[in-house]
Design a protein around this ligand. Structure first.
Ligand SMILES: Cc1ncc(COP(=O)(O)O)c(C=O)c1O
Length: 351
């Protein structure tokens, strides 16, 4: 007799992480290329002795500090082991059997997995011809079975973002009992004049939740801390759906230290944004089509040539992230890493 797995397991895609090869240039996982923030390194060295004990399950100090950072009550904050877990907690909080989650496609590849694991049905809405979320098509895809809308802004993997008018239109077009999750994992790289902070714009709406992460600009991808800002009711449900103790004590202490280094985080994000714009200009000069990015990566919509392009990079020990048949996402690295990538990309285009 074989174990009776849930039906969803047969079609559940596996998350494909960016590859890691010792000595290679890794531009595949949208990580910070600048390493640990200085005070985080100190805190980790001081705190290793604490790991024989369970951490504060409520992450009280971290939640209070995040709340203070955003100027909200702590009741409106919930944390998880990375914002991917928080997205899963949000989905678990609203998706009943067969309920629908609407999101753009292609967007963050965890959304279909999270939706299926929570027992929901994914409704994928194609991006528009400029690789941007088609807000009107997303509104049109909402039915009486919809319980959740994910908007990845800026979008992974295309880097494109929608502005304030589209954000407002989406909220007006979605029923008030449907949760709209605006995933701002790359917020620190955005031009705030073009893309408003979703919480400042829409945080007063009870059906809006915003997710943020310490994995990207705060350089803590390996420690796993993310959070959401939501109504007190939604945040309470999200806390109930967290795996107990999923945010370790080291992760809580590191995130607290990282929040104290916002100046350095801003300085590093500025470097990445300048490099992103330089890389994009170099790629456009070389003949690539590259959508404008508001994130720490660029998207090359190479279609069927995507795998071949990634293989050409790999041959030069540069790891990028291909999505077969669709495109290639390239994380912005240090100046010299970006130069190495531009040289390979230009040679590939000229071959
Ligand atoms: C759009 C988006 N959301 C969430 C995440 C999850 O990040 P983490 O779980 O490390 O916070 C990622 C990571 O790549 C992402 O691209």
């Amino acid at each position: 007799m074989t174990v009776r797995l849930r039906g969803a397991m047969a079609s559940l895609p596996s998350y494909v992480p960016g590859r890691k090869i010792p000595g290679a240039i890794v531009l595949a996982s949208n990580e910070s290329p600048y390493g640990l923030l200085p005070s985080v390194a100190d805190v980790l060295a001081e705190r290793t002795g604490t790991v024989s004990r369970y951490p504060d399950m409520a992450s009280s100090e971290l939640i209070a500090t995040i709340a203070d950072h955003h100027g909200v009550e702590p009741e409106r904050v919930a944390v998880g082991a990375g914002s991917v877990e928080v997205c899963g907690q949000l989905a678990a909080a609203v998706l009943d059997d067969g309920a629908e989650a609407v999101f753009g496609w292609r967007a963050f590849e965890a959304y279909p997995i999270i939706t299926a694991v929570a027992g929901g049905t994914a409704v994928k809405v194609p991006l528009d011809a400029q690789h941007v979320h088609d807000v009107d098509a997303m509104i049109a895809a909402v039915t009486d079975r919809t319980r959740l809308v994910f908007l990845c802004n800026p979008n992974n993997p295309t880097g494109t973002a929608v502005g304030g008018a589209e954000l407002r239109r989406l909220l007006l077009g979605v029923p008030e009992d449907v949760l709209v999750v605006i995933d701002e994992a790359y917020r620190e790289y955005v031009d705030p004049a073009a893309v408003p902070d979703a919480f400042e714009l829409l945080g007063d709406r009870p059906n809006v939740a915003i997710t943020r992460t310490f994995s990207k600009a705060y350089a803590l991808a390996g420690l796993r801390v993310g959070y959401c800002l939501a109504s007190p009711e939604v945040a309470a449900a999200v806390r109930k759906c967290q795996v107990p103790f999923s945010v370790s004590g080291l992760a809580q202490a590191a995130a607290l230290a990282a929040l104290g280094e916002r100046e350095e985080v801003r300085r590093r994000a500025k470097l990445t944004v300048a490099e992103r714009d330089r890389v994009r200009a170099g790629l456009v000069d070389a003949g690539f089509d590259v959508p404008l990015s508001q994130a720490n990566f660029v998207w090359l919509p190479l279609g069927d040539a995507s795998q071949e392009f990634a293989a050409a990079c790999m041959a030069e020990r540069i790891i990028v992230r291909p999505f077969a048949g669709d495109g290639v996402r390239v994380t912005i690295g240090t100046e010299s890493e970006n130069d190495a990538f531009l040289a390979v990309a230009t040679a590939w285009q000229q071959a």
